[in-house]
Design a protein around this ligand. Structure first.
Ligand code: G3P
Ligand code: CA
Length: 313
């Protein structure tokens, strides 16, 4: 074998080994297969080999952190039927207007269009077995599975709409940190990330916790300067995949600034325009761009892909 071929082979093995360490972050649990953020979706994500499982968090009327993507209950529960007359003037039922006891009475189903898109062909409607979990319940499920399987799956908590919670007079970050600390998540070495779109909330958290922080980014400002600014208060950055596709050089800039890069969201049943297959999507982001982790609705497919790159985790 010539030296050039040998060098290329060594580079390929090293490159794949790096990519094989990419974190599989189950987005709202295994939400491609079961209604998002339900306990079965969490258990399924765990069994499919996720490294981390995501929790979007909002507060109830009685200040309990629950795992729910939207501020409102309309897109994923039967709240309008169970509690007629409890909507606000905009016609929506806000989780913060309901106690945990009330929210426990709701039936959860596959998402209808709300703060995010809905997807055809996923879990069928009309199944009366799923409920909205609290953050504490979800942690207990994951920690229980860690004990019974010998695993070490982490949690990846997003504080949803801190401005809304502040306007409602709530100490949202404190309520979430209280739960995390109670379950032993305290430091940078613990299997936990805290993520948020709001920079002010992350800067506040930087001064109040050692837990690793991730700045979610939905705008197109993906520059080296932005990466350096984020690195002054966070350990990671989560750009939207469509924007990262336009700015692949941001991955290197962010990593050079000391940030992990965890883009969102990888969906086998909703590929970006022009992408031919889920494998091609993963090839672009994991093998070529070398992001450090991916939020995915399909942890099984993503786990299989990452493992196929050939390194032990
Ligand atoms: O947290 C990463 C990703 O989940 C952000 O988007 O709307 O799905 O919470 P969203
Ligand atoms: Ca999220």
């Amino acid at each position: 074998m010539s030296r050039l071929i040998m060098a290329l082979a060594v580079w390929l093995v090293a490159s794949n080994a790096l990519a094989a360490g990419t974190l599989v972050i189950a987005h709202r649990g295994a939400s491609g297969y079961l209604p998002e953020h339900t306990q079965p979706a969490v258990a399924m994500a765990y069994a499919q080999g996720a490294d981390y499982i995501e929790q979007d968090v909002v507060l109830t009327k009685d200040d309990v952190p629950i795992v729910l993507h939207d501020l409102t209950l309309d897109a994923t529960t039967d709240v309008a039927e169970v509690f007629p007359g409890r909507a606000r003037d905009d016609g929506k039922h806000y989780a913060i207007d309901f106690t945990l006891d009330e929210i426990r009475q709701l039936r959860v189903g596959e998402r209808r269009r709300g703060d995010g898109p809905a997807f055809e062909g996923r879990f069928p409607d009309g199944v009366n077995i799923l409920r909205v979990p609290t953050l504490a319940e979800e942690i207990e499920l994951i920690q229980g599975l860690n004990q019974s399987t010998g695993g070490d799956v982490g949690i990846y908590v997003e504080l949803k709409h801190p401005d809304f919670h502040a306007a409602e007079g709530r100490s949202f970050p404190a309520s979430v940190l209280q739960i995390l600390y109670a379950y032993g998540y305290r430091g940078a070495d613990d299997r936990v990330f805290l993520q948020c779109f709001d920079e002010g909330t992350l800067r506040f958290l930087k001064d109040h916790t050692e837990i690793r922080l991730v700045q979610l980014v939905e705008d197109k400002n993906l520059t080296a300067e932005r990466a350096q600014a984020i690195a002054s208060y966070a350990q990671g950055v989560g750009p939207w995949i469509a924007h990262l596709t336009d700015r692949p050089e941001f991955v290197v800039a962010a990593q050079e600034a000391g940030l992990e890069v965890h883009p969102y969201t990888f969906r086998a049943d909703a590929l970006p325009r022009g992408m031919k297959s889920y494998r091609a999507l993963l090839d672009r982001f994991i093998r070529n761009m070398k992001v450090n982790g991916v939020f995915t609705d399909h942890p099984d497919l993503t786990r299989r892909y990452v493992d196929s790159l050939g390194a032990t985790r």
